[in-house]
Design a protein around this ligand. Structure first.
Ligand code: CTP
Length: 399
């Protein structure tokens, strides 16, 4: 773990049965020459003692928001400014709920609310608590605020039940943080652009032609790029989705607007075209609403291909151009044709004839076709995990 040296880690330990594991996390960070300060919540002290934390971390332990000595030495704002990252481990359902509400009722929540640093959250709880819709909703909110979630894992729990909710092992957590610093160092100067969602092509002021794209995969890719350090711009057609506040979001409606926004945001290092851009627009849009009694004749004309345009303009071609293909038949043949016709480095294809994946689903299964004739299948999983796998391959190639 080469990238942890001299990193300042603010570890927040909450009150859960896995709190004892954070002592092992501290030991690994210390071994890798990190500087550690720790906040223990009130209930964490029921599970581990401040003395054991101090002995292992050789750094200060904080536990009280209104402590005169701490506030003069390092107040709660300076504490969050001091850290390179904040790691919350274990993060209980209660803490997750407080953070989603923006609570500042104790030192831990106040420091987090005041923080401008990356926050890593390591949930640990009973499987039913993890699966409860309110926990899911809280995590959705925290994801929107760019919290990076590590785990939980599937396994047997302290309460004797089996399922998802077990805290990720300390070594794996430390590896994730090390990987984060490694990518950050390399990617900080790199720009990425993602197109996502459908486009609307207007017939008259109230009617338009569109498609079934939800934009979910593109939004998750933007999220993964951002958390890997890329300066990320997301150009999105109409969707119901939200994105992290640190990602630049440009909302468009038509293919023409998407094209202009893309052009305006070049050059970039990596461009990923996941939008389902309408191939056609209305040749002559009606300026007023068409009435039932009117005779309606719609003539279509081709939209400009944004991906094709970007990948064939040498002066601004990104180092890595990735296209998407949604296919129902002749999948490999069509994908390879798109790869060469659109001059892409990769084409990522999903088979949209399969109901449980693709368009509105949270799951996806894709094949990446590379320029060098190789292909790779990413098996069925959550779209956010597919994105992490795609971005890890981007990291590998671009660095
Ligand atoms: N694309 C684009 N601009 C367009 C049409 C498509 O940028 N006007 C991009 C998509 O974002 C995707 C890739 O091109 O990355 C392939 O899109 P797809 O709709 O699968 O292919 P088409 O080129 O439109 O061909 P067809 O619909 O005939 O399969």
């Amino acid at each position: 773990m080469k990238n942890l040296k001299d990193k300042k880690i603010l570890l927040i330990i909450c009150g859960g049965i896995s709190a004892y594991k954070s002592l092992e996390t501290i030991r690994i960070f210390k071994k890798n020459n990190c500087e550690i300060k720790t906040i223990l919540t009130k209930s964490a002290k029921e599970f581990i003692t401040p003395l054991s934390v101090v002995s292992l971390s050789q750094g200060k332990v904080y536990d009280d928001l209104f402590n005169l000595e701490n506030e003069t030495e390092m107040d709660h704002i300076s504490l969050s400014r001091w850290a390179d990252i904040i790691l919350i481990e274990p993060a209980t359902a209660n803490t997750i709920s407080k953070l989603a509400r923006g609570s500042s009722e104790d030192l831990a929540t106040t420091v987090i609310l005041a923080s401008n640093k990356p926050i890593f959250l390591v949930p640990a709880m009973n499987v039913r608590m993890w699966e409860h819709p309110s926990t899911k909703e809280n995590l959705r909110i925290l994801k929107k605020y760019s919290y990076q979630i590590i785990g939980p894992e599937i396994g047997e729990m302290a309460c004797g039940e089996y399922g998802k909710g077990k805290m990720t092992e300390p070594l794996l957590i430390a590896n994730k943080i090390d990987e984060y610093f490694s990518h950050l160092k390399k990617n900080r100067k790199l720009k990425a652009l993602v197109t996502a969602g459908p486009t609307n092509e207007y017939i008259d002021p109230v009617r338009f032609i569109t498609n079934k794209s939800s934009g979910k995969q593109g939004y998750e890719i933007a999220r993964s790029l951002h958390k890997n350090g890329f300066q990320t711009t997301l150009i999105s057609g109409p969707t119901n989705l939200e994105i992290d506040e640190n990602i630049e979001l440009i909302k468009v409606e038509t293919a023409e607007e998407m094209f202009k926004a893309t052009q305006k945001n070049l050059p970039v290092d990596v461009a990923i075209f996941s939008a389902a851009v309408s191939d056609f627009k209305i040749n002559k849009k009606y300026n007023i609403k068409i009435k039932k009694k009117d005779e309606l004749i719609i003539k279509l004309e081709k939209n400009l291909d944004i991906l094709d345009y970007v990948s064939n303009h040498n002066s601004m071609r990104p180092k890595l151009v990735i296209g998407f293909a949604a296919e129902t038949n002749n999948i490999e043949k069509n994908s390879l044709l798109k790869l060469s016709n659109k001059n892409c480095d990769w084409i990522i294809t999903n088979d949209v004839s399969k109901k449980e994946i693709g368009f509105n689903s949270d799951l996806n299964e894709v094949t990446i076709y590379y320029k060098n004739n190789k292909k790779e299948k990413l098996s069925k999983k959550n779209k956010s995990l597919i994105s992490d796998e795609i971005v890890s391959r981007i990291n590998h190639l671009i660095n």
